[in-house]
Design a protein around this ligand. Structure first.
Ligand SMILES: Nc1ncnc2c1ncn2[C@@H]1O[C@H](COP(=O)(O)OP(=O)(O)OP(=O)(O)O)[C@@H](O)[C@H]1O
Ligand code: SF4
Ligand SMILES: [Mg+2]
Length: 373
C-alpha cells in the first residue's frame, strides 16, 4: 500500500486568513503539596504557543514525551481551559463567543484521543458510543443519527457489525477507526489527531495513514497531526512545529525543517531515528538525559541544559524567540545561522548526521558536551 503526499489537494480553496489560529496560548497546571494541598508551583505544560493552520493543511506537532503536545491539543479543543492566550476558529475568538455560537462552532474542531481505549465507555457497545455525541450536540431523531453513524462507520472501513462490539472486543486498528468515526459524525473541519498510529504495528499504521489521507479528501478536513515519529510526519504533513518544554522551537515546511534543521533540538530528534539498513551506523549525536521539569525551567533558552552549542552569557541571558531563517521557516536559537546545512544537505530523514557540521565546529557539536567558548 503506497501512501502519497496529499498536501496540495485543497490549496485552491486555501483561505486568506487561517482556519485555526492559536495566539500565545498557555496552559499551566497548579502543583499542590502539603496537608493543606496548597498550590506550591505551576507546571508550564504549554507556555506561549502561536500557530496558524490554513484550511486543508496538515501541520505536524513533534517533540519528546512530556513536551506538551497533548496539552496543546486538548487546550485548543477546549478540554482544558487556557491559562492565557486566544484561539480563533474561522476568524472568531472562541473565548469571546456566546455559549450558543461556541457550541455550534466548537463542533468544527475535534480532538482525537491519544489512547482510543480510554476514550470509549467500556460498558457501552460502539453504537451507543458513536451515537452519544450526536445525541448531545444535534437535534436529529434516532433513525437519522443511526443512518449517519452507519455511513461514517463504512467510510472508515468497518462493517456495521462492529457497532455491536464493546471496546475490549476490538483490535487497536479497529478502535482507531471508531474514534475517527465518532468525531467525523459531527462534521468537523479541523481534527487534532493525537498520536493516531501509536501502539499499532507497521502494517496497521500504514492502513490508518492511508485512511486519514482518504478521509481528508472525502470530508475536506484540516489536520493538526501530533506524532513522535518524524518519518510519519514527513509523509503526512505540509508543515511541522517542533515543541520543547511547552514552546515551539522550530517551525516550517516539513521538507525545510527535516532537511535543513536550524535548532539543535530538531537535529537531535532527527539523530535519534534508528537506522534500518544493515551495517549503517547509528548516529552518535543522540540527545542525552531527560528534559528538565516544566516546573523548573532553565534560565534563558529552555534547551540550554542539553544543548551541545550552549554558549555562556548568550544562551542563559535571555530566551530566544522564533526568528525567520527561510520562507515560512523559523527557529528559536541564537546560533541557528551556524547550523546552516545548505551545502551539506541531509538527504533523508533517518540518516541525519552531524559529521560535517562537527568538523566545522570542532568538537562543539557533540551532543552532551557544552561549548563555553
Ligand atoms: N492534567 C494534568 N495535570 C497536571 N499535569 C499534567 C496534566 N496533563 C499533562 N501534565 C503535564 O504536562 C506536561 C506535558 O504533558 P503532555 O501530556 O501534554 O505531553 P506530551 O508531549 O503529549 O507527551 P507524550 O508524548 O508522552 O504523550 C507533562 O509534564 C505532564 O506531566
Ligand atoms: S545554541 Fe543556545 S540558544 Fe541555541 S538552542 Fe542551544 S542553548 Fe538554545
Ligand atoms: Mg501526548
Amino acid at each position: 500500500m503506497r501512501i502519497t503526499r496529499f498536501s496540495a489537494i485543497f490549496l485552491d480553496e486555501a483561505m486568506t486568513s487561517p482556519l485555526l489560529e492559536i495566539r500565545a496560548l498557555k496552559r499551566y497546571f497548579p502543583v499542590r503539596s502539603g496537608l493543606l494541598h496548597r498550590i506550591t508551583g505551576l507546571l508550564r505544560a504549554v507556555d506561549g504557543v502561536s500557530l496558524e493552520v490554513n484550511a486543508g493543511e496538515v501541520i505536524g506537532i513533534v517533540g519528546e514525551s512530556g513536551c506538551g503536545k497533548t496539552t496543546l491539543g486538548k487546550t485548543v479543543q477546549g478540554i482544558y481551559r487556557p491559562t492565557a492566550g486566544e484561539i480563533f476558529l474561522e476568524g472568531k475568538p472562541l473565548s469571546r463567543l456566546p455559549a450558543k455560537d461556541l457550541r455550534r462552532l466548537g463542533l468544527s474542531l475535534q480532538y482525537v484521543h491519544q489512547d482510543p481505549l480510554a476514550s470509549f465507555d467500556p460498558w457501552w457497545p460502539m453504537a451507543r458510543s458513536l451515537d452519544e455525541p450526536l445525541r448531545a450536540h444535534t437535534d436529529l431523531p434516532w433513525s437519522e443519527r443511526m443512518e449517519r453513524v452507519v455511513r461514517i462507520v463504512k467510510a472508515v472501513g468497518l462493517d456495521t457489525e462492529h457497532l455491536e462490539c464493546f471496546p475490549h472486543e476490538l483490535s487497536g486498528g479497529q478502535l482507531r477507526r471508531l474514534t475517527l468515526a465518532r468525531v467525523l459524525a459531527l462534521n468537523p473541519r479541523v481534527l487534532i489527531l493525537d498520536e493516531p498510529t501509536a501502539s499499532l504495528d507497521v502494517s496497521v499504521q500504514a492502513r490508518i495513514l492511508k485512511l486519514l489521507s482518504d478521509l481528508r479528501s472525502e470530508f475536506k478536513l484540516t489536520y493538526v497531526f501530533i506524532s513522535h515519529d518524524l518519518r510519519i510526519v514527513r509523509i503526512m504533513c505540509d508543515r511541522v512545529a517542533v515543541m520543547y518544554l511547552g514552546k515551539v522551537v522550530e517551525i516550517g515546511p516539513t521538507e525545510a525543517v527535516l532537511r535543513d534543521p536550524r535548532h539543535p533540538y530538531t537535529r537531535a530528534l532527527l539523530a535519534a531515528i534508528p537506522r534500518l539498513s544493515p551495517g549503517e551506523p547509528q548516529d552518535e549525536n543522540l540527545l542525552e538525559g531527560e528534559p528538565p521539569s516544566p516546573l523548573f525551567l532553565p534560565q534563558g533558552c529552555r534547551f540550554s541544559s542539553r544543548c551541545p552549542l550552549f554558549q555562556e552569557g548568550l544562551c542563559n541571558a535571555s530566551e530566544p524567540a522564533l526568528s525567520p531563517i527561510g520562507p515560512g521557516h523559523e527557529a528559536a536559537c541564537f546560533r541557528s545561522a551556524e547550523l546552516s546545512t545548505s551545502e551539506e544537505t541531509v538527504a533523508r530523514v533517518g540518516g541525519f548526521g552531524l559529521e560535517k557540521a562537527e568538523k566545522r565546529e570542532g568538537s562543539k557539536m557533540r551532543i552532551g558536551e557544552s561549548d563555553a567558548s
